[in-house]
Design a protein around this ligand. Structure first.
Ligand code: NAD
Length: 498
């Protein structure tokens, strides 16, 4: 049941006018050097919300110079971890204090349903910042077991300037996964937000400043991927790029690194994750409900979405019936209405891409059971009915390529070996799930599936203590957990003769 007072607060934030946004460099809000701007269009109604600065190479140069200068001054990089912790804890508190404001701002920008956005964006970002704040004064160096006449120390040092490039589906959550450990480790950061959803990250940087983060340590340059993003990737004074987004851009970033200063590149890319239901699935109704959420929440715009549903033959029809029942009940509509289960697709381009995928799958012989069409055209917004395709063959495009929209491919299998073969038959390896009552089956599948995470009897559970990242072409490097701190530090050895 929607909470009425919460809805009133949401509506209050929704009514706020959003001023044109500048870049955030060296603690100052400023226009792009060339004065260019980009319109920000809301997927809720297709109307222009405001403008953002269209930063380019000159602005990236300014931001990287500010970040480097702050790093060299040592105002953050050379402070005691306990001091960084204090500032980052204040930052996390401020994010929480502004959680609904940030969530509504983000939803107006990218269309995610508010119930999900509130938890997944500001609240999760605050948890992430707090986790790394708490961790950083508990991480020790090491002493190697060398011969008695030498002492070898292994020390972790910040890298310097870290570039962060994120996509539009969860910019705050994904941004915090990179900004949190990078800042905690003492780096300076330059963020390039997604051009269609930059607003919440700009606000986040202001809150960091308010929390006491010194000027120049966290900078945000909005603009296009092909200009601002490329300039960051090619910059000679950026030590690492932490990226989440498409495989195509991931490949470019590796090239940029090779063409410039061999900066480290960490890639969290797409997925085509298998969700595998065995005949001994413990609770078929629950499994169908969780599976529907696992693909359709945020209109399927979730990197770990369970977009390939593999069901064992003997329960195939029953499972599909249950799935269709829960899918039919999903309410698609205004993402700022607490009564909506699913909000808007992030942009007109993304909507067209999804609809084209549906048309192509039908041409290739896919059996469309429901959805796949545009909804609420009269609002001007970008809404789409979740699509379920049954009996998808492994050679169909839908079985192999990521849609990043609310389109589910259902496939049938007979044996465990066939399930493994189908599960691993894409270039991706991000997430997966197995539903079974048999512990041995579960363990065999955990070993056999080539993916960064294998869920068992659920889909999509996560926690900041647990790493996230891909196998194969889903990328490399890990967000979240203490493992992520390694990505933002260099390991130095001190070899001392006694
Ligand atoms: P995208 O790759 O088009 O854009 C991501 C970011 O890269 C944006 O900020 C964009 O401006 C920037 N960019 C674009 N071209 C660039 C260039 N030439 N140089 C540098 N930066 C550039 O992806 P998207 O459309 O925003 O997001 C969807 C994709 O992200 C999907 O493939 C999805 O699977 C993936 N994704 C992965 C994860 C994960 O954790 N693995 C999470 C969310 C999204």
């Amino acid at each position: 049941m929607p909470d009425i007072s919460f809805q009133q607060d949401i509506d209050r934030y929704r009514a706020l006018r959003i001023a044109p946004q500048g870049l955030f460099i060296d603690g100052q809000v400023m226009p792009a050097a060339r004065g260019a701007t980009l319109d920000t269009v809301s997927p809720i109604d297709g109307q222009t919300l405001t403008t953002i600065a269209d930063g380019d190479t000159v602005d990236i140069d300014r931001a990287v110079a500010a970040a480097r200068a702050a790093f060299e001054r040592g105002v953050w990089s050379c402070t005691a971890p306990a001091q960084r912790k204090k500032v980052l804890l204040r930052f996390a508190e401020l994010i929480e204090a502004h959680a609904l404001e940030l969530a509504v701002l983000g939803v107006r920008d990218n269309g995610t349903e508010i119930g999900m956005a509130y938890k997944a964006e500001p609240l999760s970002a605050a948890t992430t910042i707090r986790y790394y704040a708490e961790a950083i004064d508990k991480v020790y160096g090491e002493v190697a077991p060398t011969a008695p006449q030498t002492l070898a120390l292994m020390l972790r040092e910040p890298l310097g300037v870290v570039g962060v490039i994120v996509p539009w589906n969860f910019p705050l959550m994904i941004g915090a996964w990179k900004i949190g450990p990078a800042l905690a480790a003492g780096n300076s950061v330059v963020v390039k937000p997604p051009e269609i959803a930059s607003l919440s990250l700009l606000r986040l940087a202001q809150l960091a400043s308010e929390a006491g983060l010194p000027d120049g340590v966290l900078n945000v340059v909005t603009g296009r991927g092909s200009t601002a993003g490329e300039a960051l990737g090619l910059h000679m004074d950026v030590d690492a790029i932490a990226f989440t987004g498409s495989g195509a851009v991931g490949r470019r970033l590796l090239e940029y690194s090779g063409r410039s200063n061999l900066k480290r590149v960490y890639l969290e890319l797409g997925g085509k994750s298998p969700n595998i239901v065995f005949a001994d699935v413990p609770d078929i109704k629950n499994a169908a409900k969780v599976s529907a959420n696992g693909i359709f929440r945020n209109s399927g715009q979730v990197c770990v979405a369970g977009s390939r549903l593999l069901v064992q033959s003997s329960v195939y029809d029953r499972f599909l019936d249950e799935l269709m029942t829960v899918t039919a009940r999903l309410k698609i509509g205004d993402p700022l209405d607490l009564g909506s289960d699913i909000g808007a697709v992030s942009s007109a381009t993304q909507l067209q891409k999804n609809l084209a995928f549906v048309a192509r799958t039908e041409q290739e012989g896919g059996r469309l059971l429901c959805g796949g069409d545009r909804l609420h055209v009269e609002t001007g917004g970008y809404y789409m009915a979740p699509a379920v395709f049954a009996d998808v063959a492994p050679e169909m495009t839908l079985a192999r390529e990521e849609v990043f929209g609310p389109v589910l491919a259902v496939m049938r299998f007979e044996t465990e070996e066939e399930a493994v073969r189908l599960a691993n038959a894409t270039p991706y390896g991000l997430a997966s799930a197995v539903w079974t009552s048999n512990l041995s089956t579960a363990h065999r599948m955990i070993k056999a599936i080539r993916a960064g995470v294998v869920h068992v009897n659920t889909y999509g559970g996560a926690d900041i203590t647990v790493p996230l990242g891909g196998f194969k072409q889903s990328g490399f490097g890990r967000d979240k957990s203490l493992h992520a701190l390694n990505e933002y530090t260099d390991l130095k050895t001190a070899w001392i003769v006694l």
